[in-house]
Design a protein around this ligand. Structure first.
Ligand code: DAT
Ligand code: MG
Length: 134
């Protein structure tokens, strides 16, 4: 199985609620390896770059307001099939539909405030890691 790197981010709601440790712990216990981590605020330009595929969507104004509302914790995680494994640990985009045992299924309720971001492909991971870690 391929060794991959993926971009994971605890969103402002997760940081505000003190869930950074819980999120990190879930990835660590799964066996993924933390490679880089930084705490930062996302401004509008960075939000538009990171969420380029969503800027024309109806929900984008709400997403922009939310993602710039407070600090986030951006991370690089590595391991076998890290991209899809991380997405499984996160759960479905809408926490109301996310399975119990997943981050979103256990800890969230609203689709905008869904605690965590994770790259959806190795191509997205490469693009997003470059944006946040250069
Ligand atoms: P994911 O974060 O699971 O990759 P996505 O890339 O489709 O989901 O969307 C990015 C974020 O935008 C998502 O985490 C929450 C928000 N979002 C997605 N679909 C939405 C919707 N229908 N209404 C409100 N917010 C939405
Ligand atoms: Mg996505």
């Amino acid at each position: 199985m391929p060794e991959e790197n993926t971009f994971i981010m605890v969103k402002p709601d997760g940081v505000e609620r003190g869930l950074v440790g819980d999120v990190i712990s879930r990835f660590e216990r799964k066996g993924l390896e933390l490679r880089q981590i930084r705490h930062l605020n996302i401004d509008e330009d960075l939000a538009r770059t990171h969420y380029a595929e969503h800027v024309e969507k109806g929900f984008f104004p709400e997403l922009l307001e939310f993602i710039t509302s407070g600090p986030v914790v951006a991370m690089e995680w590595a391991g076998e099939s890290a991209v899809s494994v991380a997405r499984t640990i996160m759960g479905a985009t809408d926490p109301k539909q996310a399975a119990p045992g997943t981050i979103r299924g256990d800890l969230g309720l609203a689709v905008t405030q869904n605690i965590v971001h994770g790259s959806d492909s190795t191509e997205s991971a490469e693009r997003e890691l470059k944006i946040f870690f250069g």
